[in-house]
Design a protein around this ligand. Structure first.
Ligand code: MG
Length: 103
């Protein structure tokens, strides 16, 4: 399966959890995409953050069109704190962190 993880508001909030999760998924043969709308000029910076957090992944995707990317790539499951990116039924969004912040 193809899994997508947002960085800001998701991995950044609980890096230890997502390190464990991404390592486990990748070792199980799944494909891991980090999908962020972070500035492409800071790709190296983002890669160093992911390395420092021990996040396992196959692809770092920097795009302003997350929803289009998810549909085109056929992502099975996505973790994102912003549900507005995911109107398509192929993508499941997790916005527990954004909900928790509102409480
Ligand atoms: Mg986010």
């Amino acid at each position: 399966m193809k899994f997508a993880f947002d960085f800001d508001g998701v991995i950044s909030e609980m890096p230890e959890l997502f390190s464990t999760l991404t390592i486990a998924l990748k070792s199980g043969g799944h494909e891991i995409f980090i999908v962020t709308d972070f500035d492409e000029n800071y790709r190296n910076f983002r890669e160093s953050e992911l390395a420092a957090m021990s996040i396992a992944y196959d692809h770092l995707i920097i795009t302003g069109s997350k929803q289009t990317f998810m549909q085109q790539e056929g992502i099975s499951f996505a973790f994102d704190d912003d549900p507005e990116y995911y109107n398509d039924k192929q993508c499941v969004h997790l916005y527990a962190f954004s909900q928790a912040k509102r409480r």
